[in-house]
Design a protein around this ligand. Structure first.
Ligand code: ZN
Length: 278
């Protein structure tokens, strides 16, 4: 058993929803939101089906290993919108199955939607060692498929009927990273800009992530966060110590705990961060 193959404790609090593919596990996390979890791949990515009165929104389409369209069709039979959190492979490789996806207007996102990913990237990410020992599918070969998309900008609002989710640009993990903000219910879908696992700053300038985290701590510390890896829910209050920690890293007040090539890792009791060395 690989060390990440633990049962994440939060799922015991949720009702599991039946669907036909063993690759996915679907949980009702409350608030008319279903978590579509892919626990058998190292990434442990989570996509979400967010239900409104008139429409549902699929937040990311996952790794492209299971049949996401079929999974969603077993969970929702009304109008469906699809939106990507950012351009990384674990979040959008099911996009091609859908008639249209909403994607943030950024060159990194557009490139991912229109050009094949390199074998040097997909090969290692879909190799057997990335799959759990008891996975129902144990390897995967990436194939490029054309994707139909609509570009959206900061401030775009998804109106699902009775609930609205606004797009917030949150660069740091990725330049094209967005979050979805529901002000009435104080729910924030964080994508990979925050999740309960070591966070990655892929930006060459860590300062961008520091500014994003300052904004999140100021505006969203009383929200419920819905994250895209490992476990769904965290309180928004976590943004406050993370923002402080990010400043400590920026000002060299926090010592690194590890180095891997060009990257360095920092860790506090609230978060861990891997970034490119200064
Ligand atoms: Zn991810």
């Amino acid at each position: 058993m690989k060390d990440w193959e633990q049962v994440r404790p939060q799922y015991s609090e949720f009702k599991e929803i039946e669907q036909s593919q063993p690759w996915f596990k679907v949980y009702d996390i409350g608030h008319d939101i279903l978590a579509i979890y892919e626990p058998y791949h190292f990434q442990e990515v989570i996509s979400y089906l967010i239900k409104g009165k008139d429409k549902a929104l699929l937040w990311d389409t996952g790794l492209g290993i299971g049949d996401m369209k079929k999974c969603v069709s077993e969970l929702w039979d009304g109008e469906l919108l699809v939106c990507n959190s950012h351009h990384h492979f674990d979040h959008f490789l099911g996009d091609w199955q859908f008639d249209n996806v909403y994607a943030f207007d950024h060159p990194d996102m557009i490139k991912a939607l229109t050009q094949p990913l390199p074998d040097t990237y997909t090969g290692p990410n879909f190799a057997e060692d990335q799959f759990a020992d008891d996975a129902p599918i144990k390897s995967h070969t990436y194939e490029f498929h054309p994707i139909s998309y609509t570009l959206i900008k900061e401030g775009y609002v998804f109106d699902l009927g009775g609930r609205r989710f606004g797009v917030v640009h949150t660069p740091g993990h990725a330049k094209d990273a967005i979050m979805l903000d529901n002000k009435e219910e104080k729910i924030l879908f964080t994508g990979d800009t925050y999740y309960p696992a070591p966070m990655y700053c892929f930006e060459p300038t860590f300062d961008t992530y520091v500014k994003t985290m300052d904004m999140l701590a100021e505006k969203y510390s009383d929200y419920l966060l819905v994250t895209s890896h490992n476990e769904p829910l965290r309180p928004g209050s976590i943004f406050i110590p993370i923002a402080k920690g990010f400043h400590d890293i920026k000002e060299h007040k926090l010592s690194k705990v590890a180095e891997f090539g060009e990257r360095e890792m920092f860790k506090t009791e609230d978060f861990a961060l891997i970034k490119i060395k200064d």
